[in-house]
Design a protein around this ligand. Sequence first.
Ligand code: BGC
Length: 737
Amino acid sequence: MNQRFKIQLFTLLIIFLVACNPSKEQHSTSSPLTSSAVEAKIDSILDILTLEEKVGLVHAQSKFSTKGVERLGIPELWMADGPHGVRAEINWDNWGYAGWTNDSITAFPALTCLAATFNPKLAGEYGFSLGEEARYRKKDVLLGPGVNIYRTPLNGRNFEYMGEDPFLASQLVVPYVQGVQKNGVAACVKHYALNNQELNRDKVSVEVSDRALHEIYLPAFKASVLKGNTWAIMGAYNKFRGEYTTHHELLMNDILKGEWNFDGVVVSDWSSAHDTKKAALYGLDIEMGTGTDGLGTTTLNHYDNYYLAKPFLKALKHGEIPETVLNDKVRRVLRLRYRTNMDNNRPLGSANTIEHQNVARNIATDGIVLLKNEDNFFPIQDKVGLTIAVIGENATRSMTKGGGSSELKPKFEISPLQGLKERYKNATILHALSYHTGPSVYDKITPSPYNADSLKVEALAIAKKADVVLFVGGLNKSHLQDCEGDDRRQYELPFDQNTIIEDLLKVNSNLGFISLTGNAFEIPWKSKVKGILQSWYLGSMAGHAIADIISGDVNPSGKLPFTFPKKLEDNGAHSFGAESYPGVNLTTEYKEDILVGYRWHDTKNIEPEYAFGFGLSYSTFEMSNITVNKTELAKDDAFTISCDLKNTGDYDGAEVVQVYVGKPESKVKRALKELKGFQKVEVKKGETANASITIPIEELAFYDETLADWNIEKGIYTIHVGNSSDNIIKTLEITVQ
Ligand code: BGC
């Protein structure tokens, strides 16, 4: 090519790219590019980028953005937390909030609540609405969802994840990711992988078998890549077998980018990269958050000193790392641009709409789990003369504040007390705190500045006067509770809530407990209270959703996405002492192996307080005619479980038909049963609906360590159909030939 021709071509390319640049803020449409056209464009851009420009694309330029290439019209890339809503704007160089006045959003329910819906359709609506808000806020990458498996009830971050079962999490992450990405905003599925505790999260090394890795800890990530086509994945803080997961040859190169053929970008967690050569060679594409802030302590522009900045450039220039390694990262980063901010067809987004509020409310009501309902304590009818005492700090506390990076700045947040007051127009609602944990959400568990006795006396006084007591308690988003960066230190509820509840019960036994947590907890007073509602952290519409359920406007249909053990030692991870949790010498060995959550309780015959998949309704359902269409299966077959579901109660409602599979005789260790299919079915009172759940034979495979591959054993499998892991209505058998 002669020089003049090259220059002309170059100029044309620039004009084209600038024309494509959506940072011009107009919304134009053109026909979408085919992927081969995109790859061809990327080839031509790669040809003209300088080494410095390329390196500039693979590390941060601020706390939440990376550079573009201005001369070519390649825009910057903007990211934002997080899984439950779009986080408020953060300062350029540090974690402080920028104090904007136009960054309030809709807070959606925490992902534990989404998991409890057992409702993939709602997961799609969640992702789509959240993606619209991210797009409206001009974000290109949404840092969520989180799909780390719930291994111990102490993990401070469980509320951000989708429970203890890999199949459930996989079914929900796919529509969530697809929903977000319909807006031209990338989902960034996190934290890959094995980030199952917050205590020592940036140092701890996980030892786990290949089998548990593949069967328990990776499936939701795999589904997000293979079925959800996620455009980004975030590395985790922790190590796996001694190496940091963010640049891990096996996890990133062999599994994610090799076996799963992931064509998106791997983003580091904020400060999870630790080495230039490893980051370069073992899969990291964009380095974010390294160091305490953007200015560093000794350098002017700390970002230049990131592992994938100047040190990377130097290694490239000295030939220590081949340029092809950088080109692969840049290709991925540019592909991400074409999928997001260089896609002229992406919609414009919206925030704080009534639609989003409705989606948040529907997910919240669909996910609230009714755990106990003695004497039909719930629903509570609104009537003149009825006095309801709403007691507990969580009745008024903001639960979108705190918790770490998932903290939100919602336009509004309806507290449980407000929601109840707005719904109950005839009854008298009284309120008392009963305990107070201090005004700051960042408080440690320290003595309260308030007089604890007087708060309790006040609570007892209103409880005595009331017909009904609703204790709104649980955890909150402060350090050492449901909060990033550390784990809970105790399984029991904090702030002496157990004593307060026992004391309240002495003056009024007509008491229901409304639990706001993202984790299981010890329930010593379970037999004494009339009702228990597991209400999660529900976001903007929390109070309305809680009132919807308590009043009976919505019939509860949520199911627990994790087990409530009676005591901590009953949980698999806690059955082996410190080596298994929280680790010894910064190594945590997952000794329970594949038997996580209900798999442990079932197989070891340890009765839980509340089982995985459990949740009551105001109605009753009867399952009958449970059949399987095929009992002999060969390669590539699938089988379908059908059942009739009759609503035999007085309320329209929904029930989740759950199908678990077991393999009683096997050459390898097996859980008694594992969830392999489910369907949430709405049925009007008195009517019967049909559930039909198809399970492909591949779902029966186990990860065979001797083959380093999935393997389907021949022989008899048991199919357990029920409405919770501990309530199986019928067991069938199928045979794999
Ligand atoms: C968290 C990530 C989050 C990132 C950015 C990290 O501390 O682990 O989940 O996306 O910060 O806020």
